[in-house]
Ligand binder design. Structure first.
Ligand SMILES: NC(=O)c1ccc[n+]([C@@H]2O[C@H](COP(=O)([O-])OP(=O)(O)OC[C@H]3O[C@@H](n4cnc5c(N)ncnc54)[C@H](O)[C@@H]3O)[C@@H](O)[C@H]2O)c1
Ligand SMILES: [Zn+2]
Length: 816
């Protein structure tokens, strides 16, 4: 490369890296993987070394990638918050170690090894034992002050008491969103029709930078601490500092290790390669830090990184396996997600059987064919992905995968909207997963609040045809005797496309044997998961012999199952056995094979199959078959459910309106509309102009409302719910006034305010008897002018000569 080329490349790389830094730190999103990003940075550093004349002071190799957001006060860090050098190769780690050894004149040293937590760095400053400031890393020199948000993290001590607490100190750590919380939030968002959060790191970073700490508190962030700083901290080694902050009540991950040389550190790295996936948060490597503070000082820093530490990052692990088939999952919003079913393969500590394919484009991009040998990778994310096809191994004549054109759940023709990657099932009203989504929304705590109707129960009520619309909940009382004994937990079943019912192997073995617990059988099967099922049955016989429990009888039953499976005409399914086959062994001569197959056909459960079979069973048989069933509705559960449904009739109009699930009508909008129109008929009849007059209502919302009320079925639903006794108007006593100070006044507010958020000021005006008006008109008594009031509004108001008052003046009118 000649200097001109190098210069061009350095500039191009810098531009690209700056772009990704901006996305990553400012917008909390990514376009490329960390590995790809690190490669770009590495190339830049290499070129700058080779051509030092093009090393500019503002190069991304010289600076920490983030900056401040401008939405918070900022504070300067007393000690800079730097990056870490990183590497993906053990050889480079050894080279780092050699540099360290040389730098320390070959004296003894130790590495303190910690996992590299994938979250957001935070610095906490304590004075006289109290937390005074929490600051993000920002650009390394200055960061955003996010103290209020950080205070909502439960295990961060606001006051530190303990031995040897210095007057002033700083601790640093990583704020993260636990994986479980992340999943919970996304589940919830899906139910409420909000877009999912991309990944736990971005979610944590975005949360920390929110303006409303009330929302932050709900997110349940957590934090691990890994650094203590200050003038008189009284310790001279990192391991002592970690023990100290732990004794002061800071949360330290128990995963650290002190290595006496690089070989021990490499051993530690290896031991966590797979185990790290069991941790409650994402980790992407191991950080090695020189343990002794004096030695750290000797080694020093570059502009961007300490020379006494390095991060070893795990590369995504990959494996090859066979593509067996593709299933299509229908989400609660009707979005179709293709999932690849793979021959089981061991990858990064788990057995992988499935990989996400995202959408049709991904299948085209990979050019997947039936039976392809594929590369699967497991990186930071929880679900592995297919990264490529081994073309040389493609079978001749293999057909390329064609995307489905009908919904696998309800058969409706799929649609794909302009510019969208995903296909959708448009049957929003009756497609089972979509119906489930709507019902979950309807009963949600923030809507009708029927918490006795969890997902499992809802799914059962939908699958068994009891609930086709929210109105059906209010007719369940009349059907309660039919609910008794109805089976839940359909997860234990599988059905082929043509309607043959299968049950999970552990359940079948549990019912066929005696004195062996279900959990023991499940554990056994989980350990054998990679073996073919017939071999698992063989091994299970050995397991029974070892357990010494009813050996002859239990082994005999398993052998009968083996034989029955071998002679059965039903197709085999790994990990599952046909319900007809298992029942055949349990009911003896009460029914023929043909009858059983017929009975289980198109049924969803053992319960349903038995109802259809309609034979009288002996007591012993009943008992055993009961072991086969999932949980079922019992009197207590039914009573509980009906009570919750009854109580929901008291939910106020705004909650009912939200529960209807009208597109684009979130909780706040529902509240706004309910308070403004007071009842559903007024809302239905509202004209576009009337709607747009309301502050916070835009074109999209008006369109959604019109679409909703145009649909006859929706109107029927509303009628039915009204008949059931739900509130479709604001009850008079609920609008109690705080005062009459604004009675008779027509008021508008515009701009930003210190004491109110957007909708709060409307509530405030109304609760003091005033009328809030959404647009500038002559009828207004005054306008409350906030910061940055809209210029067109201001101009119009001035033209009409309407009085404008400040927020402070307004508060004086009300509060005196
Ligand atoms: N994919 C992208 O587009 C993109 C863009 C920018 C940055 N990145 C990634 O972000 C990272 C960039 O660097 P960075 O400066 O934010 O982080 P870094 O990799 O330089 O490491 C420093 C950070 O590691 C964290 N950390 C976690 N565990 C730690 C521990 N035990 N001890 C000390 N620190 C610990 C701290 O937050 C600290 O600020 C790289 O991993 C890079 O791949 C990716
Ligand atoms: Zn469908």
């Amino acid at each position: 490369m000649n200097p001109a080329e190098a210069k061009a490349r350095i500039e191009a790389l810098s531009k690209e890296i700056n772009h990704h830094n901006h996305l990553y730190y400012q917008e909390d999103r990514i376009e490329i993987s960390d590995f790809e990003f690190d490669r770009l940075l590495e190339e830049l550093i290499r070129l700058e070394k080779e051509f030092p004349q093009f090393l500019y002071p503002d190069s991304p190799s010289q600076r920490v990638g983030g900056t401040i957001t401008k939405e918070f006060e900022t504070a300067e860090h007393e000690y800079k918050m730097l990056s870490l050098g990183n590497t993906y190769s053990p050889e480079e780690l050894v080279a780092f170690d050699e540099r360290v050894a040389k730098g320390l004149g070959h004296r003894d040293y130790a590495y303190f090894c910690e996992l590299k937590f994938d979250g957001v760095a935070i610095s906490l400053v304590y004075e006289n034992g109290r937390l005074v400031r929490a600051v993000t890393r920002g650009d390394g020199t200055r960061g955003d002050v996010v103290t209020e948000n950080v205070k909502t993290i439960r295990n961060i001590p606001l006051v530190v008491q303990g031995k040897n607490v210095p007057d002033k100190f700083e601790v640093r750590g990583e704020v993260f969103l636990p994986l479980k919380e992340f999943e919970k939030i996304n589940n919830e968002r899906e139910i409420l029709g909000e877009p999912p959060l991309a990944n736990p790191r971005n979610a944590a970073s975005g949360t920390l930078k929110m303006q409303d700490s009330g929302v932050v508190a709900k997110r349940r962030l957590n934090c691990y601490f890994y650094q203590l700083l200050g003038e008189d901290i009284g310790v001279s080694k990192h391991d002592e500092a970690i023990a100290l902050i732990e004794s002061w009540g800071f949360n330290v991950s128990p995963t650290h290790f002190k290595a006496n040389n690089i070989q021990e550190a490499l051993g530690f790295i290896d031991s966590w390669r797979e185990k790290r996936f069991t941790l409650p948060l994402d980790t992407d490597g191991v950080v090695l830090k020189i343990n002794d503070y004096d030695q750290r000082e000797e080694l020093g820093f570059t502009a961007k990184i300490p020379r006494w530490a390095i991060a070893y990052k795990y590369q995504a692990e990959s494996a090859q396996t066979r593509l067996l088939s593709i299933s299509y999952q229908v989400g609660r919003t009707g979005a179709i997600t293709p999932v690849a079913n793979l021959a089981p393969v061991h990858l990064a500590g788990t057995t992988v059987k499935r990989a996400s394919l995202h959408n049709a484009n991904e299948i085209i991009r990979l050019d997947l064919h039936e039976g392809d040998l594929v590369h699967v990778e497991k990186g930071g994310e929880i679900i592995p992905k297919i990264t490529g096809v081994v073309l040389e191994k493609r079978q001749p004549g293999a057909k390329s995968i064609t995307y489905i054109d009908h919904c696998p759940e309800c058969g409706t023709h799929l649609v794909r909207k302009e510019g969208e990657a995903k296909h959708f099932c448009p049957n929003t009203k009756a497609c089972p997963p979509q119906l489930l989504g709507r019902m979950e929304h309807f009963v949600h705590q923030r809507a009708m609040d029927i918490d006795s109707l969890g997902t499992e129960r809802l799914r059962t009520l939908i699958d068994e045809g009891f609930v086709k619309s929210p109105a059906d909940f209010y007719g369940l009382k009349e059907k309660q005797h039919q609910l008794l004994g109805l089976e839940m937990g359909q997860d234990q079943y599988q059905k082929t496309d043509d309607g043959i019912l299968y049950i999970g192997l552990p359940k079948a073995l549990f019912a066929l044997t005696e004195l062996i617990s279900l959990s023991a059988i499940e554990k056994f099967c989980a350990e054998q998961i990679e073996k073919p099922m017939m071999q698992v049955l063989q091994l299970f016989q050995g397991y029974i012999r070892n357990s010494k429990k009813k050996v002859a009888q239990n082994v005999g039953m398993v052998q009968l199952l083996e034989n029955a499976l071998l002679v059965s005409s039903l197709p085999p399914m790994e990990d599952y056995v046909p319900v007809a086959v298992v029942l055949g062994l349990l009911v003896g001569n009460k029914a023929s094979t043909g009858q059983l197959i017929e009975a289980a056909y198109h049924q969803n459960t053992v319960h349903g199959t038995l109802l259809k079979l309609d034979v009288k069973l002996g007591d012993g048989q009943e008992e055993r078959i009961k072991k086969l069933k999932g949980n079922s509705f019992q009197e207590g559960v039914i009573g509980n459910m009906l009570e919750g449904i009854e109580a929901s009739k008291n939910q106020p109009f705004e909650k009912v309106l939200f529960a209807l699930g009208i597109r684009n009508i979130g909780e706040n909008t529902a509240q706004l509309l309910a308070r403004h129109f007071k009842n559903i008929d007024a809302l239905r009849e509202a004209s576009t102009e009337q709607l747009l007059e309301i502050n916070g209502v835009g074109e999209t919302l008006v369109h959604s409302l019109h679409e909703y009320f145009k649909d006859k079925e929706n109107l029927q639903l509303i009628e039915k719910l009204k008949d059931a006794g739900l509130n479709f108007s604001v009850s008079e006593q609920s609008v109690s006034l705080a005062s009459n100070k604004l009675a008779g006044l027509k008021i508008l507010a515009s701009g930003r305010f210190t004491h109110f958020k957007r909708d709060e000021i409307i509530d405030f005006v109304e609760s003091h008897g005033g009328t809030y008006v959404g647009s500038v008109s002559k009828s207004l008594d005054f306008i409350i002018e906030g910061e940055e009031m809209g210029p067109s509004k201001k101009e119009k108001a001035e033209k009409l000569g309407i009085k404008m008052i400040s927020e402070a003046e307004f508060l004086k009118i009300v509060n005196g």
